[in-house]
Design a protein around this ligand. Structure first.
Ligand code: F6P
Length: 331
C-alpha cells in the first residue's frame, strides 16, 4: 500500500505525563515521517491540556531541527485532570476538529495511553502511542524511551559517590527514581556495584538488609553503597539510613537522593535510535491502519500492541535473573 494515499491527512503529535530524555527525538521522527508521507503535522503543546485549550502549532521538518540531542520535550508536558472528564475530552475533540487533525501520536506512559484509548472509543480518532518514561514499566516493550539515559545518569552519580564513600569508609543510601518500578534501581545497582538493591518488586525485609550490611562490614568492605528505588516497600533512603543508625552506631551513614536530575540531560545514543525508530513506526503504523495501539520494541523488532493487551493490569516484569546475579556479585 502507498502510505501517501491513505485517508489520514493531518497528524497531531504530543507528549504527556513525566518527561523523559529522548522524547524530542521521538517528536522529530514522528514529524519528519508525517511530512515524508505528505501529511500535515501539528504539535499539541502541554499534552491533553493543550488539546483542551487549543494550543496547537503547525510543524515543519525544520521546526524539529537541532532537538535530537536535547533532553526534555519541546512540546512541553502536563498531567491533565480535565481530560479525565468526558467534558474535557469533548472540548479536546472540538479543538482537533477545528484544525482538521484526524490522527494522533502520543508520547508518554500508561496515563497517556489510557487517555487516547478513551478518546478513540468515544470519538473514533485513531492513535498510536509511543512509550516514553524513564521507569521502563510498560508491558509490551522491552524498553521505553528515556530509561537508558536515566540509568546511565544514575550510574554516573553512583560512581562519583563511590569515590567519596571509599575515602571515608562510609555507607551510602542512594535513592533513584521509580515509584512503582525497580528497573532503574536494579540496573544502576548492578552497574554501580551496590552491596544491596532495594526495589518495589522484591520482598526484602529490613532485617535481611541489615544482615547484608553487617556481613559486608565483617568481610572488610571499605565502603558500601545501597541503591534504593523510590517505591521501596521498606522505606526510602532517608528512612533506611535512620533505621540502620537506630540499630547500631557502627556505620558512618550518608544519604543521596538523585531525584529529577535522572529525568534530564542529553539522551544516550540508544534512546535516540529507539525514539527515532518508534517515531517513524508510529506514523507508518497509523497510515497502515493501526487505530488504538502502542508501538513497542521486542527482541529488537518493532511491534504494535493493541491497547487491550498492554493495559490488562500486567506490570513489565523485572528480570529475576538479574536480581539473582546482583546477590551473587555483592558478596
Ligand atoms: O514516571 C516517571 C517518574 O520520574 C517516576 O520515576 C517518579 O516517581 C515520578 O515520575 C515523579 O513524578 P513528578 O515529576 O510528577 O513528581
Amino acid at each position: 500500500m502507498d502510505l501517501k494515499e491513505t485517508k489520514i491527512s493531518k497528524i497531531g503529535v504530543f507528549t504527556s505525563g513525566g518527561d523523559a530524555p529522548g522524547m524530542n527525538a521521538a517528536i522529530r521522527a514522528a514529524v519528519r515521517a508525517s511530512i515524508y508521507y505528505q501529511k500535515e503535522v501539528f504539535g499539541i503543546i502541554h499534552g491533553y491540556e493543550g488539546m483542551i485549550k487549543d494550543e496547537i502549532v503547525k510543524l515543519g521538518a525544520r521546526s524539529v531541527g537541532n532537538i535530537l540531542q536535547r533532553g526534555g520535550t519541546i512540546l512541553k508536558s502536563a498531567r491533565s485532570d480535565g481530560f479525565r472528564q468526558k467534558e474535557g475530552r469533548q472540548k479536546a475533540f472540538e479543538t482537533l476538529k477545528k484544525h482538521g487533525i484526524d490522527a494522533l501520536v502520543g508520547i508518554g506512559g500508561d496515563g497517556t495511553f489510557t487517555g487516547l484509548h478513551h478518546f478513540y472509543e468515544e470519538f473514533g480518532i485513531p492513535s498510536v502511542c509511543i512509550p516514553g518514561t524513564i521507569d521502563n514499566d510498560i508491558s509490551g516493550t522491552d524498553y521505553t524511551i528515556g530509561f537508558d539515559t536515566a540509568t546511565n545518569t544514575a550510574v554516573e552519580a553512583i560512581d562519583k559517590i563511590r569515590d567519596t564513600a571509599l575515602s571515608h569508609n562510609r555507607l551510602f543510601f542512594i535513592e533513584v527514581m521509580g515509584r512503582h518500578s525497580g528497573y532503574i534501581g536494579l540496573n544502576s545497582g548492578i552497574a554501580g556495584g551496590a552491596v544491596a538493591i532495594i526495589i518495589p518488586e522484591e520482598n526484602l525485609s529490613f532485617d535481611e538488609l541489615y544482615s547484608l550490611l553487617e556481613q559486608s562490614g565483617k568481610t572488610s568492605k571499605k565502603s558500601s553503597l545501597v541503591v534504593v528505588a523510590e517505591g521501596s516497600k521498606i522505606g526510602g533512603a532517608n528512612d533506611l539510613a535512620r533505621m540502620v543508625a537506630e540499630r547500631s552506631n557502627y556505620f558512618d551513614i550518608k544519604v543521596t537522593i538523585l531525584g529529577h536530575l535522572q529525568r534530564g540531560g542529553a539522551p544516550t545514543y540508544f534512546d535516540r535510535v529507539l525514539a527515532s525508530r518508534m517515531g517513524v513506526s508510529a506514523v507508518e503504523g497509523l497510515l497502515n491502519g493501526e487505530k488504538d495501539s502502542m508501538v513497542g520494541i521486542y527482541n529488537n523488532k518493532i511491534v504494535f500492541n493493541p491497547f487491550a493487551s498492554i493495559m490488562n493490569g500486567q506490570h513489565h516484569e523485572i528480570d529475576q535473573e538479574l536480581l539473582r546475579l546482583a546477590k551473587i556479585l555483592s558478596i
